[in-house]
Design a protein around this ligand. Structure first.
Ligand SMILES: [Fe+2]
Ligand SMILES: [Fe+2]
Length: 166
């Protein structure tokens, strides 16, 4: 199995896209199914965001200072998604704003994921060697075991708090 950081992050993106498609395919009144899918979406996003925030982004920022502006923009995009995830975690599928909020979350995340895959990952791969990407990936695999899994866990909130208190 590859431990290449970009390969691992793309696998997460693929799973996130799959969950989004399932939500879009769920019927308007399939509240139990929607509740379950949103729980899975929030978990996948919380884990993925944590690994990027705490490992991939700081490592790239340190090793490739030219990409700092991209990293800072990504932190802000994560922050917007964090807010929506946090709100959704406290909502029920029969709330009139539920589907709208999930839709806005999906639009935001898809835009961000496209930018990472089309523009950012190629720059990172050009700038870092195979070995560095494998080391970062190996660390992310270790960190995944203790990563927060719901948006309200302290570790998941850390970056959001940093953003408002900095
Ligand atoms: Fe990201
Ligand atoms: Fe990502």
């Amino acid at each position: 199995m590859s431990t290449d950081a970009i390969v691992l992050l793309k696998e997460d993106h693929k799973e996130i896209r799959r969950l989004f498609r399932e939500f879009q395919g769920a019927g308007e009144n399939a509240t139990a199914q929607k509740r379950k899918l949103v729980a899975q979406i929030l978990e996948a996003l919380t884990v993925h965001t944590y690994l990027e925030n705490e490992c991939m982004y700081p490592e790239v920022r340190r090793l490739l200072p030219d990409l700092e502006d991209d990293v800072l923009e990504s932190y802000e995009e994560h922050h917007v998604a964090d807010v929506l995830c946090f709100e959704l975690a406290a909502m029920a599928p029969d709330d009139e704003r539920y589907d709208a909020k999930v839709t806005v979350l999906m639009e935001n995340v898809l835009h961000h994921v496209e930018e990472e895959e089309q523009e950012w990952f190629p720059k990172v791969r050009d700038g870092l060697g195979r070995n560095q990407l494998q080391e970062i990936g190996a660390r992310m695999i270790e960190m995944r075991a203790d990563a927060p899994r719901t948006p309200s866990e302290p570790l998941a909130l850390k970056k959001a708090l940093d953003a408002v208190t900095a």
